[in-house]
Design a protein around this ligand. Sequence first.
Ligand SMILES: *Cc1c(COP(=O)(O)O)cnc(C)c1O
Length: 355
Amino acid sequence: MKTQLALPITKVQNSRIAETDFSNLVFGRTISDHMFVADYKNGEWCDARIVPYASLNLNPANATLHYGQSIFEGLKAYRNEEGKILIFRADANWRRLNESAERMCMPELPEEIFMEGLTQLIDLDRNWVPTAKGASLYIRPFMFATDDYIGVKPSDTYTFIILTCPVGNYYNKPVSVKVETTFTRATEGGTGAAKTAGNYAASLYPARQAQKAGYDQLLWTDGKSHSKIEESGTMNIMFKINGKLITAPTHTGTILKGITRDSVIQLAKDWNEPLEERFLTVSELETALQEGTFEEAFGTGTAATIAHVQRINVNGKDYDLPQKPTDAFSHRVLAELDGIKYGLVQDPHKWILSV
Ligand SMILES: *Cc1c(COP(=O)(O)O)cnc(C)c1O
């Protein structure tokens, strides 16, 4: 990509990379040397810059602290064998950021600021992209309100930041999940489709209850009847039952439109795998688990790409899922996505941007 945006860059005096243990990375704990920052005031984005990663000044009246106007994205970059850095579907993250922004009454971010900020930051911190197999650079773009004002109204000023974190393999072990039929993540008309901070805040208590009971994650059901499976809260969820892939549709506005979900659906279509975008009911799931038509379940999300599900709790009963055959759809689709992300196989949908 040609550089168009003149971006002032202030480099760190002393890089922290030498004292970073790349063989012991905890997800989200290690932040690379620099960050990209842009501010929104007087109705426009200004002052785009790359600066050393550092704390921000915090005014106690900051609007985000009180009313939660805050949205984020998550994407990853991978190092290929020639040392090029490959970023997966960044344009889709930019589009989704702006969809979230609209729902939360926040300003749209121009594509140029997002893409130039991203690519110049990653180029500058390219040594932070890990080399180990399965490792990557997690990229966290986010936007939040910055008015120092505690009246309830959309903020007039915002800051957009991109941080990057080297990460190892996220979920290398299969997860156990519980179908949640008491608490609600999202309802029609709510903010479930926006990648906004408050959705996560609201999910922590139910998720902790499930973790105390021994499950890694929840499978959320619809807020009205709790009879239809929606998603997992950090991942979308897919099932294979009786030869067919099933995943929740996104038209209700209660499902986060995962980019991994979209990529898996595209590959399933490319491979002529039968796939239905429809709600799987809890009772359908229960019947399939009891009658042996159930084949597999897996989560899709940037952090894990594919998280295999090994146990599902439905209506208080645990079902241990059969061992997946090596040619299970989830194994094949993970191998293909990894191949594309690390530049080892063809990229027919132009998902990769190379830096
Ligand atoms: C981010 C997210 C996902 C996964 O989206 P990807 O783009 O695939 O990473 C799924 N559900 C929720 C609620 C999310 O916030």
